[in-house]
Design a protein. Structure first.
Length: 681
């Protein structure tokens, strides 16, 4: 039971007892010594069996001091007894019926903490007041502490009054209370320090802890790390877990001392063993990352479980991450999200961020952009800088929130300052492209250059585009410079445009060899035959000058590898006489070879030739057959032509219903002629 309780220190009757395990002890009196003499003598001889027998006999005989002592022995589990709150409560109650002030004090602790009995502050206050009325001044300190809690019972003025009364008896807990009131309630650290010192001099561990904080941080006093550590060590010697935890952080981070991971790990281990949830989480992360200790995910998981069981926000978050990623346990994203949510409700910024990412991208649950935005916003309010990146992007895109480029700038600027290159990139785009704010080319270039300096290759590519394609004041040499910078950052996408620049000599000396190499790399990146890709560029005249002869050369290179579309395009060249004499027979031969390699375009072209009688006799049966094969492979143009043939009945194959279906398929695929005809039909 973690309560402050009191009992008679009966073993060494002349010595004031120390504060151990949060039990407040005190000297016995002569009267108690007389009543419990045999028990005391058995204790001093080390005969615990006899001592317990004598103590029970006295308690059952109605001796109040024995009842109080027996209650305490059951409370802490000593003299061979197992800790038993039920029997502790029983004997404290018996002692209280005999007006033992200290028994009222211990019963108050039961009701205050809700152990064995239901939590009842009114009962706790009643029993503290009875202990005070019975002359036990320590009751004033604990009652004052209760009044310093949260909720309807909080009464700082009454707490101060009780503590000042108790301070007249030099009670350390009352000194501590006064320090806490000045520190936390009045925000007056300097006035709190003398009271903390009084309490610390009487070995009050919490006061020693606060003084340790003040001296290591330089708050309310001149900074003195060694003195602060001294106070923290005194507190830790009494197993005050927060002191161990603070010392661990000091040595872990090198706050005023050299970093000492070995010492930090030892201190974290002590704090964790005493049940400090934050230290359990910190130590768990040490084992997870292998920082200062041998990496041990099993230990990390165990420590996170302990921390989470105490509702420590970081422990909950870290445990959630193990479940989310299947570390030491099977993946359980539902459980992970539940744990993240618990941590987020405790304002853990990591958990808020994790939930934001989960709901934004739908990882482990359905996408919920609105919920994601709200989580990111809460994380940003806790100064978690990564959240600004997501908030800026979502406002920029109108994702989960109404698009607002002005508001997006606010978050993106913070993220950009924190080094997020994508945020800087979006700022550049907003200032150059947004229709919601006035264009500011200078700012756009500034942020794009910042983004590039932060490692964003797309920013360099955008600057290349900006300097040549998006302005009347073209600066081709600058464009090439930025495209080359993008390429240096492994942005292979820019090779296509660089190929055009080098092929045509735009902003750079003409270099067909380099251009063709870039075209080849681009084709490989797109999963295309490089010879076919270069041939299409030359054949179409897009980006570079049209050259049918050179196109034919590259189509033929690809055709050697049975590239179906290259063979089809060679058919086009001979069919229409592009750079060669027209040769329909040759074209048909090439189309048929391409069709045998499953080219739907070659099948369509054969359908056209036999329908129109181009260089051959009209043969609608063959035409329909080829159109059907092409349409079956999903070519909208073939579906359209075949549909028209079925509707018109040309070739004797009238089928209006099938014709309409095929034309509708073509229209649904976006074929404009089909859409227009469907409107007419």
């Amino acid at each position: 039971m973690i309560r402050k309780l009191t009992y008679c220190c009966l073993v060494i009757i002349t010595m004031a007892c120390s504060n151990t395990n949060q039990h407040v002890m005190y000297k016995t009196d002569i009267e108690s010594e007389k009543k419990l003499g045999p028990y005391l003598r058995a204790i001093n001889k080390g005969d615990e069996v006899l001592a317990l027998k004598l103590l029970k006999k006295s308690a059952e005989a109605g001796v109040p001091e024995a009842q109080l002592e027996l209650g305490f022995r059951y409370d802490i589990g000593s003299l061979g007894l197992v800790e038993n709150n039920k029997l502790a409560f029983k004997w404290y109650s018996e002692a209280a019926r005999n007006n033992q002030a200290k028994a009222f004090y211990n019963l108050a602790a039961f009701y205050r903490e809700g152990e064995y009995v239901s939590q009842n502050y009114d009962k706790a206050i009643e029993y503290y007041e009875k202990s005070i009325s019975g002359g036990y001044e320590d009751g004033k300190c604990e009652l004052a502490d209760l009044y310093l809690g949260e909720g309807q019972y909080k009464n700082v003025e009454l707490a101060m009054s009780l503590s000042l009364e108790g301070a007249m008896y030099q009670l350390p807990t009352c000194y501590l209370n006064i320090g806490v009131i000045y520190d936390f309630e009045k925000g007056d650290i300097e006035s709190s320090i003398p009271w903390y010192i009084k309490a610390a001099n009487l070995s009050e561990p919490e006061a020693q802890y606060y003084l340790g904080l003040f001296y290591t941080l330089g708050e309310g006093v001149e900074k003195n790390v060694p003195k602060g550590i001294e106070y923290l060590e005194l507190s830790a010697q009494q197993d005050y877990r927060k002191a161990y935890a603070r010392l661990a952080k000091i040595y872990n981070n090198g706050w005023g001392v050299p970093v000492d991971l070995k010492k930090a790990i030892s201190l974290y281990t002590e704090a964790a063993a005493l049940g400090d949830g934050a230290s359990q989480a910190d130590l768990g992360y040490k084992y997870e990352s292998g920082n200062g200790v041998e990496k041990d995910l099993s230990k990390a998981f165990y420590l996170y479980q302990l921390s989470a069981a105490q509702k420590n926000a970081q422990g909950l978050n870290n445990l959630a991450t193990f479940y989310f990623n299947g570390i030491e346990v099977p993946i359980d994203k539902s459980k992970a999200i539940k744990l993240y949510t618990e941590a987020a409700e405790l304002d853990n910024d990591y958990a808020l961020m994790n939930l934001g990412v989960i709901y934004r991208f739908g990882n482990g649950t359905g996408k919920n952009s609105e919920l994601a935005y709200n989580y990111f916003k809460k994380a940003a309010q806790l100064d978690y800088y990564k959240a600004n990146k997501h908030l800026g992007e979502m406002l920029y895109k109108g994702e989960g929130v109404q698009q607002n480029h002005y508001k997006a700038i606010e978050y993106l600027e913070k993220a950009s300052a924190a080094g997020y290159n994508q945020s800087s990139y979006y700022l550049g785009k907003i200032y150059y492209e947004s229709s919601a704010i006035p264009q500011d080319k200078e700012k756009a270039i500034h942020y794009l250059e910042v983004s590039y300096s932060q490692g964003n290759s797309n920013a360099a590519a955008y600057l290349g585009w900006l300097y040549y394609f998006s302005t009347d004041d073209k600066q081709p040499s600058l464009a090439v410079e930025w495209y080359e910078r993008a390429l240096a950052l492994d942005n292979d996408v820019v090779k296509e445009v660089l190929a055009v620049f080098y092929f045509n000599g735009i902003g750079v000396s003409k270099n067909e060899k380099k251009a063709l190499a870039y075209f080849t790399d681009t084709a490989n990146r797109k999963g295309l035959d490089s010879n076919y890709y270069i041939a299409r560029k030359l054949f179409s005249g897009r980006d570079i000058d049209r050259d049918y002869k050179r196109a034919k050369y590259y189509f033929e290179l690809a055709a050697k590898d049975n590239h179906a579309e290259s063979i089809n395009n060679l058919g086009e060249i001979f069919r229409f006489g592009y750079g060669v004499d027209e040769d329909i027979a040759k074209a048909i031969e090439l189309y048929e070879k391409s069709a045998s390699l499953n080219s739907k375009y070659a099948m369509f072209n054969l359908g056209e030739i036999y329908r129109d009688g181009t260089g051959v006799d009209v043969d609608l049966v063959k035409s329909i057959s080829w159109f059907q094969k092409s349409a079956h492979k999903g070519l909208p143009a073939a579906q359209f032509e075949l549909g028209k043939l079925f509707i018109s009945g040309v070739g004797g194959s009238i089928n209006v219903e099938e014709g309409r279906r095929l034309i509708q398929l073509s229209a649904d695929a976006g074929f404009e002629q089909a859409k227009k005809l469907m409107e007419e039909l």
